[in-house]
Structures are given as structure tokens and as C-alpha cells.
Design a protein around this ligand. Structure first.
Ligand code: NI
Length: 264
């Protein structure tokens, strides 16, 4: 290094140190206002605040140890028949539980159907992003499947889901640990209508009509035949004196994260 270069190098070094000190100092100063989304939907914001205050889901109070309760659950949507199903349930003031697939939520126009599910008093649960058998996946993938769905549902509806259903009922200790970490109870079922296999309205309605007190009935709102079967199953179960409840209402509280439930 030439002699004249030394002062220059020292100057450069001093400048560096000064800059880094200045930088360090600025980190201790009061934080600048954090970045916010450009547009905040006032309706969504109000709903989010209301749901935080009221507690979600808005469970009605039933004592399912004394009355005959049944929880109808609809998986794999929202799909093209879900709107019609919501109309049917709404007309009879029946509440159900929907286990939604993240990819289907993303395909739903602007989240219109998931918002309806929440707004009309139904319960909503996480059915993963892409419907894989979770017990066959590594930890990180299980977490991704749950988180992505959680994020999109929360963004569109303002609510945080409290339960999930493992696709194919595929679960193990590792899946249980991940669901516990994500604050989700694992909800299975006690009555499988096999509606995905038998696309026959009267068969599906007849099987659902065999529910026992405390049953969790597995149905899929992506099939036209299942939605078509709903009026008949409501008639049959209604005649038998059943009250239609959400899963949280079936237990009288939000089910515990990580724990597995199949019926009351
Ligand atoms: Ni499914």
C-alpha cells in the first residue's frame, strides 16, 4: 500500500464505522409506523373485532347429554353445490360444520361461500390445503397444509378455526402434535354415509337417518347427490326428535387442541 493511500483507507474505515453506529442508533429510536395493507375492508375489520369480542364460534347452548343431538359435517368444499346446501340449511334454521379444503377456498370467488358459512352461524374447520394423508407426510408438510388453510380462511372471514379433520382419517402422534401446536382439535366421525362412493340420494339420506344420539355424520358437500339428500335426512332425523348442532355445540365447548373426537 502506498503512503498516500493510508489516510484514504483510514477515512473510508471511519466512514464505515460512523455509518454502522448511525444505523445501530436508528434501531433504538422509536419505531417508524409499521407497514399496513393499503386497503382495509371496514366490514371485515368490524367482523374480526366482533368475533374477537363475542368469541367464535357463536355456539348456541344445548345440553347434548340430555337431548338427542346430531352433528352433520360436510367435507371437501366449498364447491359448486355448497351455496344451495346453505340455502337448504338456512330455510330450516339448521347449523352444520364444514371442513374446508384450502385449495377449494382459494378457488371460491372472493371467499363468498366461506364467508356465508361463517356469517350464517355454521362452524368451519380445517381440512388441509390439498387433502393428503397427513400421517404419511413429514412434520413440515403437515404444518404447511394446516397453516396455509388457516391463513386463507382467517384472511377471508376474520375467524380462526379451532378444529380440523384429517383427510381419510389419516392421523398419528406426529399429526396430533402438529394440530395441538396449531390450536386445532381433531374431529373424526362416527357415521360414514359413504356418499363419496354411492352417489345416490335415497341411499345417502337413509344412511344419515341411522344416526344415534351424539353422532358425528360424515358427508361431502361437493356431491350433488349429497346436497339433494339433505332435505330427506333432515326430515327423518327431525321426526326422530334430533336437534342439529355444530361440533362445538355437541360438546358444549370448543374441543381441545390435538385431542381426537369421533362422537359425543
Ligand atoms: Ni375429505
Amino acid at each position: 500500500m502506498r503512503v498516500w493511500a493510508l489516510p484514504l483507507a483510514l477515512l473510508a474505515l471511519a466512514a464505515c464505522v460512523t455509518r454502522s453506529v448511525a444505523h445501530h442508533r436508528s434501531a433504538e429510536e422509536p419505531p417508524v409506523a409499521p407497514m399496513r395493507p393499503v386497503s382495509v375492508d371496514p366490514v371485515l375489520l368490524a367482523r374480526r373485532l366482533a368475533s374477537m369480542q363475542a368469541g367464535w364460534p357463536r355456539s348456541r347452548s344445548f345440553d347434548c347429554t340430555r337431548i338427542k343431538c346430531v352433528a352433520l359435517t360436510f367435507d371437501d368444499g366449498p364447491g359448486e353445490h355448497t351455496g344451495r346446501l346453505l340455502d337448504l340449511l338456512g330455510r330450516r334454521d339448521v347449523r352444520a360444520t364444514f371442513f374446508v379444503i384450502g385449495q377449494m377456498v382459494a378457488a371460491d370467488k372472493g371467499g363468498r361461500t366461506v364467508r356465508r358459512i361463517v356469517d350464517e352461524g355454521h362452524e368451519i374447520g380445517n381440512h388441509t390445503w390439498s387433502h393428503p394423508p397427513l400421517a404419511e407426510l413429514p412434520h413440515a408438510a403437515v404444518r404447511r397444509e394446516l397453516k396455509h388453510t388457516e391463513n386463507i380462511v382467517q384472511r377471508l372471514t376474520g375467524v380462526r378455526m379451532r378444529m380440523m379433520r384429517p383427510p381419510y382419517g389419516s392421523t398419528d402422534e406426529q399429526v396430533a402434535a402438529e394440530t395441538r401446536r396449531e390450536g386445532l382439535a381433531q374431529i373424526l366421525w362416527s357415521l360414514d354415509t359413504l356418499d363419496w362412493r354411492d352417489r345416490d340420494t335415497s341411499t345417502v339420506a337413509r344412511r344419515a337417518g341411522r344416526a344415534a344420539p351424539g353422532s358425528i355424520v360424515l358427508l361431502h358437500d361437493i356431491h350433488r347427490s349429497t346436497v339433494d339428500a339433505v332435505p330427506a335426512m333432515l326430515d327423518t332425523l327431525g321426526r326422530k326428535g334430533y336437534t342439529f348442532v355444530t361440533v362445538s355445540e355437541l360438546y358444549g365447548k370448543t374441543p381441545a387442541p390435538g385431542k381426537m373426537y369421533t362422537a359425543r
